[in-house]
Design a protein around this ligand. Structure first.
Ligand SMILES: NC(=O)C1=CN([C@@H]2O[C@H](COP(=O)(O)OP(=O)(O)OC[C@H]3O[C@@H](n4cnc5c(N)ncnc54)[C@H](O)[C@@H]3O)[C@@H](O)[C@H]2O)C=CC1
Ligand SMILES: O=C(O)[C@@H]1CCC=N1
Length: 264
């Protein structure tokens, strides 16, 4: 087995789907463990990977092991698997707040650990993942892990102290964007558009806008100005967004998100 997951929930499924879709590993080379049968049935039926309720089996059989349970279960899961993890295996973590130092202490011996923060757009190959590694991981091993992570989106190796910022700016931010798309569609529905059509228009506008930021290299403010015709419709919307605290809401939400990550 090449790649194993302990925890087969939302984020693990997004990574599994991206890895398989992009041909990084075949489903036969992947195994997932979960204590919840419904989660196992779902990944087994939709992705064709092997499944088990035995976390230790995954740790014993896999070269690379993703710990994809919630942060509060990390300690318990590490205690179950640590004697099955030797110096040849690579552990990938995806939990906010769990530092390389904390993880190293829980394994109680030198283990190769790559701490990452992915996001659910991994499912459609458009994720972005931040990664940092402990001293046990060689340059080649980190490059290998990044090649797996690149299978479902962009990857950047960053200093560990930025990991909490990554949670707010890309790990959690798809939720804020989905809320914005839903609200935009609600308004379009209120003005008479069919809901499915409203989601298509709102989502494509968000997708295209993100692409413009990435591909033109222009400042987002300049791109916003290009939409605002003098005396036109957009500046009226911008006026109301400013009045309702749109930017400030995002700013404060992201500060709260990063603070929570630091505390976990
Ligand atoms: N959902 C997201 O957008 C992102 C999540 N993450 C991180 O990914 C991790 C998983 O989060 P989600 O997938 O959202 O949660 P989830 O609740 O969808 O999945 C967690 C899975 O772990 C299973 N589980 C719980 N205890 C277990 C145990 N002792 N042994 C085996 N399986 C166990 C649960 O049954 C569940 O299926 C968390 O650490 C989270 O912070 C990171 C980035 C983005
Ligand atoms: O909500 C959470 O805690 C996880 C981490 C980043 C996205 N979801």
């Amino acid at each position: 087995m090449k790649l194993g997951f302990i925890g087969c929930g939302n984020m693990a499924s997004a990574i599994m789907g991206g890895v398989i879709r992009n041909g990084i590993f075949r489903p036969e080379e992947m195994i997932g463990a979960d204590s919840y049968k419904t989660a196992l049935d779902k990944v087994s039926e939709t992705l064709g990977i092997q499944v088990t309720t035995d976390n230790r089996r995954v740790a014993e059989e896999c070269e690379v092991l993703v710990l994809s349970v919630k942060p509060q279960f990390y300690e318990e899961v590490i205690a179950q698997i640590r004697s099955a993890v030797d110096e040849n295996k690579i552990i990938i973590t995806i939990a906010p707040g769990k530092t390389l130092e904390w993880l190293g202490q829980k394994f109680e011996k030198p283990v190769k650990i790559v701490r990452t923060m992915p996001n659910t757009p991994a499912l459609v190959g458009e994720g972005i993942t931040a990664a940092c590694a402990n001293v046990q991981v060689s340059e080649e091993e980190l490059a290998y892990v990044c090649s797996i992570l690149r299978g479902f989106g962009e990857v950047e190796v960053i200093p560990e102290h930025l990991m909490d910022v990554v949670v707010s700016v890309s790990g959690s931010s798809p939720a804020y964007v989905f809320m914005m798309i839903e609200a935009m569609a609600d308004a379009a529905v209120a003005d008479g558009m069919a809901r499915a059509q409203a989601y298509r228009f709102a989502s494509q506008a968000v997708l295209g806008s993100a692409k413009m930021v990435l591909e033109t290299g222009k400042h987002p403010g300049e791109l916003k100005d290009m939409v605002c015709s003098p005396g036109g419709t957009t500046i009226e919307a911008v006026r109301v967004l400013e009045e309702k605290g749109f930017r400030s809401s995002l700013f404060e939400a992201m500060k709260a998100c990063a603070k929570k990550a630091r505390e976990m």
